[in-house]
Design a protein around this ligand. Sequence first.
Ligand code: PMP
Length: 279
Amino acid sequence: MPDIACVNGRFGPLAEAVVSIEDRGFQFGDGVYEVIRTYRGKPFALDEHLSRFERSAQALHLSLGHTKDQWLVLVREGLRLSRFPETKIYLQVTRGQAPRDHPFPASIPPTTVLTFRELHPLDSAIRKAGVQAITLDDIRWGRCDIKSVNLLANVLARQRAKEAGVFEAILVRDGQVTEGSVSNVMVVRNGVLETAPEGHRILSGVTRAIVLELARKEGLPVVETFVGREDLLTASEVFLTGTTVEVLPVVHIDGQAIGAGVPGPLSQLLSRRWEALVG
Ligand code: PMP
């Protein structure tokens, strides 16, 4: 089955999909996006993703181009056409095509894009063993809650992680752990689950919210607070959450073992609860 794209409401093979070089997404990174995955062929937490898509667009005074219901129809149609066992659905809207000039152009339609590609889940051996991470300075802008296509600082961080031979870069701003380059970060210290609070410094992860809910249901104390880099390194457990990483234990950071250097009991418990929820 070929990868499929939909540009401004028109479906076709992804390889043939094009937008103008004067698109403001290309020129300025002036746009927002979402990544959604399917479980058993059904889009997971679609409403939560579309709500965040709307919030991101509103924060940038950007029109989403289609109503929420129209986006839903396009997602369903793309899934019907692509027919992968599991699909990674990408949604993007930019401020549209106009001669390059910083201020918003007057009344042009936004550019809307959806892509549908086969989702290859993370190797279960990697998930079982846990992954390694490095910490890096969080050099991103002041509105990390907006899921903007401006991902240069995230790209640089993930590249540094790749060059270091590890899975994720955990970002630290003013001594405080914010999140990963592609994930939210959760820490277990003294039996308490801690994660950075919602606000301008992190993306409000859809997975983050669901995992915190699962933790509360298990009776685990949850505190939404920033932890320091040293707290991270001396935590008994650390794990990542995100649409593609799901619940992923981190067993080494900056070369130091976290806890016993293997996935801890709470990470494993929440990972099992996650699997039960989505499976
Ligand atoms: N933070 C960042 C920077 C991300 O890119 C992602 C992945 N979209 C997340 C957190 C996790 O968000 P979600 O659970 O909604 O995928």
